[in-house]
Ligand binder design. Structure first.
Ligand code: HDE
Length: 706
């Protein structure tokens, strides 16, 4: 039985602390000795050699030498946040899990977002699948939902995970490329693994370029079970939906941010929580009654398949709110140990052959990564409920156990700890029926690989299709061996002939011959980011907007538009040719947040340029300012200009598009108004344009050299 009583809490320690209160705040060693100088090493003479007895220096360097632990094999780069989960109502009909019973009860959570492929120092924005892992600290112990931002996976059987990771990671002879799947070994593997094609379509889509962790879905991927108090089980797929909607970056933009602000997504999350713009998500579930799973033309245990929302809608269970940044990156975000095997009564596994392997791998990796079987005692991993077990000793055991009984059954300890009866919330494995011969093989129900890849393709809007084709051309364009590209074109041809033809054109290869179009040409609009956005409330909350200005800017225009945008929750930065302050035409001094040197258009969602003859003249003569505007246009962002600044759009090269005049609505997302007396219609239409996120269909953008 574990007694949770840290050593430094005993009375002896308290006395010592009292005696030392005068020394509060002074430097000590890790053993508590007060020390007077750790800025100079101990030497024999001021110019002499260092002495071996310098325990202060030894401690400092020896600790530094050991400060790194192995980075996660995958998902190495991550950002974390604390928060809570609150159910909308009692879900006792479908599960007995306590954290889903009472709408008044908030369950603490810690969430870690990550990118799969890149190492710990990778840039945030390059194309990568994202992890979305949630630890629920429930009153019945920890429940971990370790998901991704894509609802399916590359392989069906966990034994293939090692091959996938080897192929994806930098090639072993040269350790290149550092942070990209665009290389021979990855596409060689994929070209020989048709089961990956559905996930590959998602990977090449805009889902792998999230604008923000706050604007990203999460999926548990596998089918799990919910079990209620009566023991009735149902199949479930868990989903997490961001209330800000799903938004993504443009590929060119993502690559540029990787250099301009490699911590872009980390900043975004940290800053938003710091400002009180707490990210919110909805946890939901698709429910399939036992016995009804055979209605689908795929196997619900196959993790390369999703259940279209049009067939089984998502039932919203409750809300996740992230309201606190971590205090210490290493102690929390780095040391957090997620495990799909962390489960509570009322939720259970299924026989999904991908899930089964995960139930072993995560604990195994934590033993290695965190160096001890006692990693569950780390503050970030510790459950909020009491723990009673017979696990003993091991490296870095922090608990001082005071019982001599560490086995079961026992009489000396009164039989403690007792086995928890089911009615007290004890986890009991759902007694699903299993029988069969031992066999290395797969169910024939796992054999079809292209229907859902095609469903995904058919569900995308034209700009999303264009992005996917470009992504495939980019990835395969970086592959050296032609036979791999040819094999991939054959697989794309199985998905859709037109898709294969378009990709082949960019590679300078011939697409395989047309196949008879499969009858199944259904669509599932919820799979498209753009279609999904249409179902969400429009808002510019937390969007980053740059106001470009220089000395002489029309103060009244700048402040009026700024206030209107801020009222809608946007985050405004004044970008100017120099730091400090600029002087408006009315004499007002305006604080500059960033300069053209310290910022870039790619870190903003939209830009606004106020009038003022002198300001506009200065921006017109500033190549960096013109580049800023052109680039924002090329990346399909909303652009607003008023007064004299309207002509600046033309100087920047934004011609040939429908620029709205006098603040009217525009299909192109470029809103201008030469009339500056009343800017209310300009403000409204500019706000509506920003809420569109991007004008992907914007024509003429490729003619803009940025
Ligand atoms: Fe993971 N995965 N994975 N994975 N995974 C890890 O655990 C593994 C899979 C996911 O923020 C590792 O602590 C196997 C699917 C996330 O700390 C490792 C298989 C999904 C995270 C591991 C999979 C995920 C990981 C590496 C196939 C989405 C980061 C470091 C059988 C549902 C969690 C670590 C965090 C991390 C194994 C497939 C999500 C090696 C064997 C499918 C979000 O244990």
């Amino acid at each position: 039985m574990s007694e949770k009583k840290p050593v430094n809490q005993d009375s002896k320690q308290k006395d010592l602390d009292k005696n030392r209160q005068d020394a509060e705040g002074y430097l000590t060693t890790s053993e508590g000795q007060l020390v007077n100088n750790t800025d100079d090493s101990l030497k024999a003479g001021r110019r002499g050699p260092s002495l071996m007895e310098d325990f202060m220096a030894h401690e400092k360097i020896a600790h530094l030498d050991r400060e790194r632990i192995p980075e996660r094999l995958v998902h190495a780069r991550g950002s974390g946040a604390h928060g809570y989960f609150q159910p909308y109502q009692s879900w006792q009909e479908i599960t007995k899990a306590k954290f889903l019973q009472t709408p008044e009860v908030k369950t603490p959570v810690f969430v870690r977002f990550s990118n799969v492929n890149g190492s710990k120092g990778a840039s945030d924005t390059l194309r990568d699948v994202r992890g979305f892992a949630i630890k629920f600290y429930t009153e019945e112990g920890n429940y971990d939902l370790v998901g991704n931002n894509i609802p399916v996976f590359f392989v069906q059987d966990w034994i293939k995970f090692a091959d996938l990771v080897h192929a994806l990671k930098p090639e072993p002879d040269r350790e290149m490329p550092g942070n990209s799947s665009a290389h021979d070994s990855f596409w060689d593997f994929i070209s020989l693994m048709p089961e990956s094609m559905h996930m590959v379509m998602w990977m090449l889509s805009d889902y792998t370029l999230p604008r923000s962790y706050r604007m990203m879905k999460g999926f548990a991927v596998h089918t799990f079970r919910f079990v209620n108090e009566e023991g009735k089980a149902r199949y479930v797929k868990l989903h997490v939906k961001p209330l800000l909607g799903v938004h993504s970056l443009d590929w060119d933009e993502a690559q540029k941010i990787a250099g301009k602000d490699p911590d872009f997504l980390r900043h975004d999350l940290w800053d938003a929580i710091g400002k009180g713009d707490y990210p919110e998500y909805e946890l939901g579930v698709q429910i399939v009654e036992e016995g009804e799973e055979s209605q689908f033309d795929f196997d619900i245990l196959d993790s390369t398949k999703l259940i279209p929302e049009e067939l089984v809608p998502i039932t919203p269970l409750g809300k996740i709110v992230l309201d606190r940044n971590p205090d210490n990156f290493f102690a929390e975000t780095e040391q957090v140990a997620f495990q799909p095997s962390n489960i509570v009564g009322g939720i259970d596994f299924t026989d999904d052959p991908l899930l089964q392997g995960r139930l072993f791998s995560y604990a195994d990796t934590q033993f290695h990564r965190l160096g001890s079987a006692n990693y569950t005692q780390l503050p970030i991993n510790r459950p909020v409920c009491p723990v009673h077990h017979n696990l003993q000793d091991g490296f870095m055991q922090t608990e001082v156990r005071t019982t001599k009984v560490n086995y079961s059954p026992n009489s000396l300890g009164g039989g403690c700890p007792f086995m928890t009866p089911e009615n007290l919330g004890g986890f009991v494995t759902y007694p699903s029926k299993v029988e069969g011969e031992k066999v290395r093989g797969r169910s024939p129900s796992f054999n079809e690989h292209f229907n859902q890849a095609r469903l995904f393709w058919n569900s995308l809007t034209p700009p999303e299709k264009e992005h996917l084709v470009k992504a495939a051309q980019f990835e395969l364009g970086k592959v050296f061996h032609d036979h791999i590209k040819v094999k991939m074109l054959e697989l794309f041809n199985e998905v859709d002939h037109d898709l294969a033809v378009m990709i082949a054109a960019g590679l300078g290869l011939t697409a395989p011959g047309a196949k008879e179009k499969p009858k199944n040409q259904e669509t599932s609009p919820s799979l498209s980011i753009i279609e999904f956005a249409r179902t969400m409330p429009k808002s510019i909350k937390t969007r980053m907007i740059a106001i470009l200005a220089a000395d002489g800017v029309k103060g009244i225009e700048l402040q009026g538009v700024k206030e209107a945008l801020e009222k809608e929750g946007a985050c405004i930065k004044i970008v100017a040719p120099h730091g400090g302050k600029i002087k408006a035409d009315n004499g007002e001094e305006i604080v500059v947040d960033m300069t053209f040197l310290t910022s870039a258009s790619v870190i903003f969602d939209a830009i606004y340029i106020p009038g003022g003859a002198n300001s506009v003249k200065m921006l017109q003569a500033n190549a960096e300012a013109l580049h800023f505007i052109m680039e924002a246009f090329k990346h399909c962002k909303a652009i607003g200009a008023t007064g004299e600044a309207v002509k600046l759009l033309e100087t920047a090269g934004i011609t040939g598009v429908d620029i709205s005049q006098n603040g009217l609505r525009s299909q192109s997302g470029v809103i201008s108004s030469q009339e500056t007396g009343d800017l209310s219609s300009f403000n409204q239409n500019f706000i509506d344009a920003i809420a569109e996120h991007r004008f992907w269909g914007r024509t003429f953008k490729t003619a803009v050299p940025a």
